[in-house]
Structure formats: C-alpha cells, structure tokens
Ligand binder design. Structure first.
Ligand SMILES: *Cc1c(COP(=O)(O)O)cnc(C)c1O
Length: 358
C-alpha cells in the first residue's frame, strides 16, 4: 500500500513463469501485437505507435524527451511535485531551454496561469504529470490540453500512476506523447513503460536535424522491431515482462475499465472515511484527490518513521513517506490496481489504529 510497486495479480506472476521463447518467434510477435492493441484501448488512443518501452516508468519519460527534443528547443513543464521536477531535469540534460511554472506541492496546476504563460512564449513541448504520485494530486490534463493545442506545441503527459486507476483518454486530451509504467495501477512488477506517440509527435521525430542522442531509446530504430511484416532486432525484448504486461492488461479489460475505476474509488472512499474517524486529515482538496495515491497528514505527536516501520514489521503493510517539502508532513497510502480492495483498507485502518494508540 505504498506509492508502487503495487500488489501483483496471480495471473501476472503465472505469466512471468511461462517458458521464455525467442524475441523474434512468430508466437511472441503475435503477443507483441496483442499487447499493442490492448494498450491502445486502455490509453484511449488510435495511435499506431503504441507499445511498451523496456525499462521502468522513467524510461518512458526519457524516451519521450530524447526523441522529441533537439538542442535549444523550448520546453515548458507545469510542475507540482517530484515527477514534474524529474521532467525538467531530463529535458535540461538534452540541451532544451527548459522553462517551468511551479505550483505548490499538494495543489493542482491552475489552467488560467498556464494560459498566461503560454501567451508570453512559443514552446515546442508542454509537459505535465496527470497523477503526481509525490503529492496525491490529479492535474486537469484535459483543460491544459485545450490550452496547448492552439499554440502548436506538442503536449506530453505522464500517466505512470493514473493509467489503470482513473480514466486516461489520450486522443480526447489531444496529447501527443504519453507514457506509463507497469508497477502502479497495472499491478505488474516494475520493468516496462507503455508509451504512445501521435502522428504529430512522429512528424517531429522524422523532421529531426540531429540523431536521437540515445541509442537504446531511439524510436526510429525500435519501431522496426515493433511494427511491420519483417521485424528487425534492436535489443532483446524482455520477453517474460511482456507476457506479464499482456496478462495485466487482459485482466484490466476482462474486469472492465468502469469496474476497475469504481473499485479504486470505493477503496479510496472507504479509506477516507476510516481515516476521518481516526482524526487523520487528507492533504489534498477533495476535487483533485487521486483515489490510488492518498496523501494524508501525519497526526500531531505521531512518529513518522516509527509508525511506518511498525506497520511493515508487525502487520506486513507498507505505506510511503512524504518527499521533498512534504517529508515528515504526510504519509502516502497507495490503493493501486490489485491493492485497491476493501480487505486491504480494513487491514491498514486496524493496524494504524493500534500503532497510533501506542
Ligand atoms: C513512479 C513514477 C514515475 C517513475 O517510474 P519508475 O518506474 O519509478 O521509473 C514517473 N512518473 C510518475 C508520476 C510516477 O508515479
């Protein structure tokens, strides 16, 4: 019940244990194609280039910037937590002129302020995190998309924590590049980063004057492995992780998107009600709370690290600490994917009651 990795589905563990076959085996290529179709469905896109990158969520972030940024490009990041900061760092290392608009941690990006910023300058890319895992805030990505589109900038959205827990609608938002990760609400182990590029993003990639400055994440080469009739070796695909992702997305689609999202909401509401009885406040305003990542105020007099280590040692429950300016102020309780169940919320609330009484 931390901020990820989440509990893994049994059928995902079973998929990991299947025999490893060749990464160019016709059966494996069929699995790759099936994964691409399923990812399109859960991301809400018809983009041809939709596939999982090797590596954790951060490799998805790096892939977006490294393929879309050229030296001197202007990038705007709308930042309100750790992962917005990470985007600034990644874009800056590529020689982008990074500009940012900072919002207080625990509060959402304010579209009206982003609109003002966009009036003053022309950007090549505007980036934002949908679900800020460091603070438990949902950013208004649809409203921001409406502002970015008329400026001609590419719109990049981090959906690492949101995908699988709240609706992700890439095409409706007008997003051009989007990435996620396997170990949050998809309830798979860490190791892959689902990613999608729009035709506009692909056009920018094709029009580059310079080579993509990272061999491993260069989509112009990776596409030749993930698409077409003749598949060309680039790097050996993490075969069993792709089985695992396939099992996880099948599980999501079989349960049904609406039901999965409702399960997250219900677990969240149960948690909020239980915490309220314990006198533990939520840190984020109701409208912008994430169901899968609950930032809660640490009660007066409670020992932050002591409570967390007791929960883990005595009750086998993990919760997360606060990061950066929120260290020592909040706990982060994850209800991601398979973890979002009433029995887990019950266990945590009972354990927390015992720990806080002591
Ligand atoms: C977890 C996370 C990442 C990074 O993913 P890793 O799997 O840790 O590399 C990026 N963005 C957000 C919003 C995240 O929650």
């Amino acid at each position: 019940m931390g901020p990820g990795p989440s509990c893994v589905y049994d059928e995902v563990y079973a998929a990991l244990a299947e025999p490893t076959i060749g990464h160019l085996d016709p059966l494996f290529i069929r699995i790759m194609d099936a994964v691409k179709e399923d990812l399109k469905a859960i991301i809400g896109t018809s983009n041809r280039l939709t596939m999982p990158m090797s590596g954790t969520g951060s490799s998805g972030m790096e892939t977006c910037f490294v393929n879309l940024v050229e030296h001197g490009d202007k990038v705007l990041v709308l930042t309100n937590g750790v992962f917005g900061k990470r985007m600034e760092d990644v874009a800056g290392r590529l020689g982008a002129q990074v500009d940012s608009l900072q919002f207080e941690w625990g509060t959402p990006v304010v579209p009206a302020l982003a609109a003002e910023k966009l009036k003053g300058e022309k950007y090549g890319i505007v980036a934002v995190v949908h679900a800020e895992t460091s603070t438990g805030v949902r950013n208004p990505v649809r409203e921001i998309g409406d502002l970015v589109r008329p400026t001609g900038a590419l719109y990049l959205v981090d959906c690492v924590t949101s995908l699988g827990g709240i609706p992700v609608r890439m095409d409706e938002w007008g997003a051009d590049a989007l990435y996620s990760g396997t170990q949050k609400c998809l309830s798979c182990p860490p190791g892959l980063a689902p990613l999608s590029f729009s035709d506009r993003a692909l056009a920018k990639l094709k029009a580059r004057k310079s080579k993509v400055p990272n061999w491993y994440l260069d989509l112009t080469m990776i596409m030749n492995y993930w698409e077409g009739n003749t598949r060309a070796y680039h790097h050996t695909a993490p075969v069993n992780m792709i089985y695992a992702l396939y099992a996880a997305v099948r599980r999501f689609l079989d349960e049904g998107e609406d039901k999965v999202h409702a399960r997250h909401r219900a677990a969240h509401e149960q948690l909020v009600a239980g915490l309220d009885k314990l006198g533990i406040p939520m840190y984020v305003e109701e409208e912008f709370r994430l169901p899968m990542l609950n930032a809660v105020g640490i009660p007066e007099g409670a020992d932050d690290a002591g409570v967390r280590s007791r929960l883990l040692k005595e009750f086998a429950v993990e919760i997360g600490n606060g990061l950066g300016p929120l260290a020592g102020k909040i706990w982060r309780i994850g209800l991601m994917g398979h973890t979002a169940r009433p029995e887990n919320v019950d266990t945590l609330l009972k354990a927390l009651t015992v720990c806080l009484k002591r």
